[in-house]
Design a protein around this ligand. Structure first.
Ligand code: SAM
Ligand code: SF4
Length: 511
């Protein structure tokens, strides 16, 4: 039976969300329609994340539970995509025999061909070999920028299990073994393209919202933060051509899109040969009909004055800086290979606030990194109190096999990690609340996204929801017809994660 319906289950970051939109585009180009209920899907894809153990466990649990759906309908096609697929293709087939196909992070254009192979009766079809370039470049002998242990990285001062010199190349062994094992199987496909520009030029992604769209501007990451698995599974950084990005945004606007979020692991190192990130912001800002431009994620080290000046000068570019600090301790930052010190980070915050005093600043923080002492942790709390972030994503450090930090002893006990996380969250939540309460009485313009969910409403009030330029959610009494419009609201109350406002009527046109 030819498949007619599909469902994609997505875990993880905006990049995964964006990849799922591309896969949906490929499936719909084949005539498949989306369904909500996975039991009704002829093709079921799980787009996985392995950045932290919790996300990995959730994805594995979900894949395991799909077995029942396969038993009931053996012709149903089950696929695993994303970072877990890239890292563990063979192991996935062994552990989950009900999986038909495995699709790596750069192999999305091969999805249609892979479906054909499965429909032709082949089993265990895998396409993961999308980043051979990265595998080669990670061998330090060719001069790549994978850290070699001398660049600013120090081992934790205590509890080091392996000496610095023993840091292994995380991927060259694991992935190349995986590739060679797979390539001995008949059903391994070469990706049709590993180049982002061609990946996108042939596929029209299916967006979840008509109003707002994620637009990938780059793949991969060259940063090699010592705790992070992303460069291993997503390969080297590769920017998409600015012209292709602009064409896509113009087409989106013609279909009613009003806000784009430019996505990549390190967007402010974007460079297509002619255009840097600030130049790209300028060009996107100039697209007629577009109201707002967001981007995620930018790296503090790459937030140069051109970037900050562009945000300050360009009216459509939102006044929101998501700048993952990760830690407030300079020695921990050095071991994380972040490329900045606590003072550099505070200097960056100052430079943002000199230009845009009202801009929101949000961050990511990790507690319990190997060797993090009580004093290091206090430095992180101090940073949070000093910067007063609008909000923060906070994480317990997780060992990720294949990363440099996995060579070091995970020496902060889990109970201590949890205590540190709880205190950090408590402090940040209080700051978020205070900052939102301080907005009471202010007039903030929001882009209205549509009706508010019941959970967002307060006392039956607040039918509509929109976001400020600083990415704060405002619930207010509005009309569905406000959707897609910029509306001015007066904030009446601020809670930790939501603002409540009232609509300010537009001035009548002058007679
Ligand atoms: N490229 C982005 C950046 O640099 O912020 C996003 C990377 S990652 C998908 C999102 C966040 O996950 C990171 O900022 C970091 O705080 C967290 N993270 C990554 N690896 C982690 C690990 N091994 N343990 C705990 N948190 C981790
Ligand atoms: Fe991971 Fe660091 Fe790259 Fe972000 S910048 S994806 S944390 S390696």
């Amino acid at each position: 039976m030819r498949p007619q319906t599909y469902k994609i289950i997505t875990y993880g970051c905006q990049m995964n969300a964006s990849d799922s939109e591309l896969m949906a585009g490929i499936l719909e180009a084949r005539g498949l329609s989306p369904v909500r209920d996975e039991a009704e899907a002829d093709v079921l894809l799980v787009n996985t994340c392995i950045v932290r153990d919790s996300a990995e466990q959730r994805a594995q649990g979900r894949i395991a539970r799909l077995k029942g759906l396969k038993t009931g309908r053996p012709d149903r096609i089950i696929g695993v995509c994303g970072c877990m697929a890239q890292r563990d293709a063979e192991a996935i087939f062994d552990r989950f025999p009900h999986v038909d196909l495995v699709l790596g992070t750069r192999a999305i254009p091969s999805l249609s061909a892979m479906l054909d192979h499965v429909l032709n009766g082949e089993s265990r079809v895998a396409c993961v070999d999308g980043i051979p370039e990265s595998v080669g470049r990670m061998d330090k002998s060719d001069g790549s920028d994978e850290p070699d242990g001398s660049d600013n990285l120090q081992a934790p001062t205590s509890s080091i299990r392996n000496p610095q010199s023993a840091i292994r190349n995380p991927q060259s062994s694991a992935l190349s073994t995986q590739h060679s094992a797979l390539s001995s199987q008949p059903s391994v496909l070469s990706p049709q393209s590993s180049v982002l520009s061609s990946q996108h030029s042939h596929v029209v992604p299916v967006r979840r919202s008509a109003l707002r769209a994620l637009v990938p501007i780059m793949m991969g990451c060259n940063n090699w933060c010592s705790y992070c698995i992303v460069p291993t599974v997503r390969g080297r950084e590769e920017s998409r051509r600015a012209g292709a990005i602009l064409d896509e945004i113009q087409a989106l606007v013609q279909c009613g899109c009003r806000e784009v979020t430019l996505v990549g692991q390190n967007v402010n190192s974007y460079r297509d040969g002619e255009t840097d990130f600030a130049g790209l912001l300028e060009r996107v800002n100039a697209v007629d009909g577009l109201l707002r431009v967001r981007y995620i994620t930018s790296h503090p080290r790459d937030a140069n004055d051109r970037h900050l000046d562009a945000v300050a000068a360009l009216p459509k570019v939102c006044d929101h800086f998501h700048l993952p600090a990760q830690s407030g301790s300079t020695p921990v930052l050095a071991r994380m290979n972040r490329g900045y010190t606590r003072e550099d980070y505070l200097g960056l915050v100052r430079r943002v606030r000199e230009r845009l005093p009202e801009a929101t600043i949000t961050t990511d923080l990790i507690v319990g990194f190997p060797g993090e002492t009580g004093a290091d942790y206090e430095q992180t709390l101090g940073l949070v109190r000093e910067v007063r972030f609008d909000s923060a994503f906070t994480f317990l450090y997780n060992v990720r096999e294949g990363t440099r930090a996995a060579e070091w002893e995970d020496d902060v006990p889990l109970t201590v990690k949890k205590e540190r996380l709880a205190r950090l969250i408590e402090i940040q939540e209080r700051i978020s609340l205070e900052k939102n309460q301080a907005l009471a009485g202010k007039t903030l313009e929001i882009l209205v996204e549509g009706p508010a969910r019941r959970a967002e409403q307060k006392g039956g009030r607040g039918q509509c929801v929109g976001r400020t330029t600083g990415d704060k959610c405002v619930v207010y009494d509005g009309l569905p017809s406000d959707t897609g419009r910029l509306v001015r609201t007066r904030i009446v109350e601020g809670a930790a994660h939501t603002l409540f406002g009232e609509k300010i009527p537009r001035d009548p046109p002058a007679q």
